[in-house]
Structure formats: C-alpha cells, structure tokens
Design a protein around this ligand. Structure first.
Ligand code: SGN
Ligand code: CA
Length: 537
C-alpha cells in the first residue's frame, strides 16, 4: 500500500514535470520565429504536379513536392497576374501588379528596379538571414539578400549545362560539371548548413527547370522510354470562335524547333549558322527529323519528345525538393519552417495544341501552389480560396508575424487556413502586355470569378471572350456573342472595379503604348561568360 502510494505520488509528480516540460518546449517552439523556404520552378505546370492528380502527373509523379501538400495544403485557385517569367517574379517580390512595380515585359521591358520595397527586404530588416539561389531573371543584382547566387548567362535564363552564376553581384562562376538543377540543389544545401544558425532564415530556392529547351540531367534520360503519354483532350484545338488564339505561334505541331527536339546541327556550320539551323521551326517553318515522319505522326512524335523531356526535368526538381525537405527534418527545422512550392506561372502540356504560357486560359494562368506551415496549416488541407501572385509577399510576412506594408496591393491569405472566409476574394485579375515576341500572344486583360472568365484582347484587335467554366472547363466555347447582356454587364462592371482598385485603368491607347515602349536593358551579360561560352553547343 505504502509503496503503491509512493509510486502513485512519483508518477503524478513525473506526469506534472513531464507536462511542464512539454508545455515549456511548446511555448519555446511557438516563440521561435518561423523560417521560410520559398521554392519556385520555372514553367512548372500544375498538371505536372501529382498532388493535383492530373492524368499526366499520375504517370510522372512528384512524390517530394506532394509531401509539402500532404503535410500542409494544396491550393487550387492560385493565379498569375501576368503569365511570364520576370513580371511574375517582380509581382511576387513586391506584392504589386506589373504596371505598378514597372516590370511588365520580359522582352524590351528593361530591368527590375531593385530599390523598391520587396518582401525579402522586410525579412532582412527583421533580423532574418536572407538568400536567393538559382534563377532570378530580373536583370539587376538582387537586393534584400545577405547572400545571392543567381543565374546570369543566356540573358538571365541560365542554361541547363555550363550555367553561369553571379555571387553577391560581383564574382561569377561557371558550373562545368553538374546539371543546373543539381548545382542549385547543392548550393542550397550548402547555404543552409553554413548559415548563421542564431538567426531565422528566409531562402528563395529557384530552379531554371523545366523551362524551354527542356534538357534533363542524363540520369533521367531513360525515364518514360517504355511508354507514351496520352494526348490532352484539346490537343487538336482548331481555335474556332477565338481569333487571338488562332494567331498564336506556340503550337506543338508547328512551332517547336530543332533545338527543342534535340536535333544535332550538321558539322562544319559556323556558330551563327548552327544556331539558325537549330532555331528552324520557331516561325512555323516545316521540318521533320526524317523523310517518312509527316502530318499527325510528326505532331505526335514532337509531343512525346517534348513532354518526356519536360517531365524528366520535373523529376530532377522533385529530387532537389526532397533533399531539402530531408535536410529540414534531419536538422530539426521542419517544425518551424514554412515551405512553399510553386512556379513562376503555369504552362501548356499540349492543351490547345500548345507549349509555353502567357494566356489567361486556365493552364497558364493557374499556378501550382503547395504550402506547409506546421503551426497553422492542418496536414492534408485543400483550399479553393482565390489567390493571386501579388498575395504571396503579404502572406509570407503575415505567417512570420511581420507587418504587411500598406503599399502592397496583394493581401494575406493566411486566414484561409484559419476558417476565416471574410477576407476572401470573389474574383482575380489578369493583364498581359508582351507582343509579338515570343509566341504572338495578343495583349489582354480579364477577370475570373468562381464561374466565369471574361477577357479582352485589345492590341491589333478588339475581341472579347467569355467562358462558363462550369460547363466548359477547357475554354473551347467562347459564349460572348450568345451570353445574356445582363451577365456581360455585371462581369464588365466587376472587371472595371478591379481595374480601378488596382490602378490599372488607363485607356486602350495607353495600354498599347506600354506594349510598344522599348525599355532597354542596362544589365549586360558579363563579358567573361560570353568569351568562355563561345564554343557552347
Ligand atoms: C525564351 C523562350 C520562349 C519563352 C521565353 C520566356 N525561347 O525566350 O519560348 O516564351 O523564353 O520564358 S527559347 O528558344 O530561348 O527557349 S520565361 O519563362 O522567361 O518567361
Ligand atoms: Ca517562366
């Protein structure tokens, strides 16, 4: 009895002590600032992230990216406000639309003004150690980072092999051995292990892959070689009722060039002629790898070559995401690190017969976006909250408990995980400017609500398109001419309200001028690289 009560007292005491310790450690954990790893690929379509469950991704799964979704949330309605590289990145950094942050075109769009307020600067000011590693593509040297190592060759796009990086805006290095994805992966792990562990960190981990010309690491060359991918439903779209789409120059059948299809230029050509030979096809010139492959079979072959190389590049990224997630787990950082995986915009994987992006149609407008934050997001969450890329900066700041500057146009979607529906968007806005290079996509702006999408193509035409996404999710049937005038009036009113709210309410003439304006690049590819790269194949 005595010994029993002693055991009883001891166990109550140890339970008390244990609870106290547990509380203490959870208090400590709660007090610890949240780190952030923002991972972004280039041109990674949501259709190629298996967490989204598309047919293609089932055959080419991304288990590591899916880990983020499984441990956190998959966001189903995240949209890019201007679906090309630099402009999307500038909107993400500043929380502002293209016309406000000034970087609205890749071609003839100048350089990003790095003096602006960006979310990394705010993290840095608040005691975070900040870094950007990988693709940057904004011309000017990154600002707001304690460390930067970014791709600078090929106009900032970087190359799959022999990529050149610029470190902290000064030193440049050429990676001679590794595939670009692996080089970025190693650099990221290296930075994480050497960082100042007394500080919280905010890291942008950004890949070049799977951007055109889709050159995978040789370790993936055999992947998918024993089967073919199914053709998307809209592969043979004839663009009926969509004038702008009918003028495109991004068709799998007509605009993939020899370089995309990994053809080898005949020996003996000068560098210039060899590049010209490889670019053949860009303008719709007919070519075939041999005398027998023509018509539908040629288009099919181009699609398979394209999609397999694209997905092989994705496999490399998935591996590189996995190794960082492993690192976080092994070093006990998982519990207080927010991890995001996204892409600078969506992409066509043969839908509408296309590759590339730029359109407000769903595949290029929608961004894959998975996020984990063990403190506030329940594992396995699926959210249909409407979000734009200008919302990323406010959300990350908010989740880290930092103040959101009022000049940011986006807003935090943190509430979407906390049952707070009040602050949710009813619609999202889009505006694309670059024309005609590349791919001849007509400048347009538009609105998407939970059911409809209304777009206005205004540059060399005056065309409206309207889709009922409930009955026509593939956007094949433009119902602008048949829809009820009341519906059109309501949507136009809502569109106008957004244009006013976001201060994008210039006249059509002013908008056309933005497309026509040539803003030259001050930034120049460093000479050293140009020299050493002369013999690049
Ligand atoms: C390159 C590509 C285009 C692509 C743009 C923009 N051509 O110019 O197909 O649309 O990049 O891409 S390539 O022959 O050089 O590969 S973005 O992701 O930077 O916006
Ligand atoms: Ca891109």
């Amino acid at each position: 009895m005595k010994s029993n009560s002693l055991i009883g007292i001891l166990s109550i005491t140890s339970l008390f002590l244990f609870t106290l310790c547990a509380c203490n450690s959870s208090i400590k954990k709660e007090n610890k600032p949240m780190n952030v790893i923002y991972i972004m690929a280039d041109d990674h379509a949501y259709q190629a992230v298996s967490a989204y469950g598309s047919q293609v991704s089932k055959l080419a799964p991304t288990p590591n990216i899916d880990r983020i979704a499984n441990e956190g949330a998959r966001m189903d309605n995240v949209y890019c406000t201007n679906s090309i590289c630099g402009p999307s990145r500038a909107s993400i950094l500043t929380g502002k639309f293209s016309h406000v942050n000034g970087f609205y075109k890749n071609v003839d769009g100048g350089d990003f003004n790095g003096e602006q307020l960006t979310f990394p600067k705010i993290f840095q000011k608040n005691g975070y150690e900040t870094a950007v590693i990988g693709k940057w593509h904004l011309g000017t040297t990154p600002t707001g980072f304690d460390y930067s190592k970014v791709l600078i060759n090929w106009g900032g796009q970087g190359t799959y092999y022999k990529p050149q990086f610029c470190i902290n805006g000064t030193d440049t290095v050429v990676e001679k051995k590794l595939h670009v994805t692996q080089a970025i992966e190693n650099d990221c792990l290296d930075w994480l292990s050497k960082r100042d562990a007394t500080k919280p960190f905010m890291l942008l981990y950004q890949f070049k892959a799977p951007h055109r010309d889709w050159r995978p690491d040789s370790m993936y060359h055999e992947l998918f070689s024993d089967f073919d991918f199914p053709l998307p439903e809209t592969f043979n779209d004839d663009y009926k009722g969509r004038l702008a789409a009918s003028e495109n120059m991004m068709e799998i059948g007509r605009h993939l060039n020899r370089r995309d299809m990994k053809q080898v230029a005949p020996s003996g050509l000068s560098r210039k002629d060899s590049l010209r030979w490889l670019a053949y096809g860009d303008k719709g010139q007919y070519w075939s790898p041999n005398d027998t492959l023509t018509g539908e079979a040629l288009k099919y072959w181009k699609f398979q070559t394209y999609i397999k190389d694209y997905l092989r590049c994705v496999a490399g990224i998935d591996r590189a995401v996995g190794s960082v997630l492993d690192y976080l787990e092994e070093s006990g950082l998982s519990e207080n690190t927010i991890v995001v995986y996204t892409s600078d915009q969506g992409f066509y994987l043969g839908e509408h017969g296309w590759f590339d992006k730029r359109w407000m149609y769903e595949e290029s407008f929608k961004m894959p976006f998975v996020i984990k934050n063990p403190r506030t997001i329940t594992a396995g969450t699926k959210s249909d909250a409407m979000i734009m890329n200008v919302d990323f900066a406010p959300t990350l700041l908010d989740m880290a408990g930092l103040e959101i500057p009022s000049e940011m146009q986006g807003k935090s979607f943190k509430g979407a995980f906390e049952g707070d529906d009040n602050n949710q968007r009813k619609s999202v806005y889009y505006h694309y400017y670059e024309y005609p290079i590349w791919h001849k996509v007509q400048p347009h702006y538009g609105i998407k609500t939970d059911r409809y999408k209304l777009m206005h193509f205004y540059y060399t035409m005056d065309e409206w398109e309207l889709y009922d996404l409930e009955t026509d999710p593939n956007e094949m049937n433009n119902i602008y001419a048949q829809a009820s005038p009341k519906l059109i009036e309501n949507l136009k009113k809502e569109l106008q309200e957004l244009r006013t709210e976001y201060k994008d309410d210039g006249s059509i003439e002013q908008m056309k001028r933005m497309t026509d304006t040539v803003i030259s690049r001050v930034y120049n590819e460093p000479k050293i690289y140009k020299e050493s790269n002369k013999n690049k194949n």
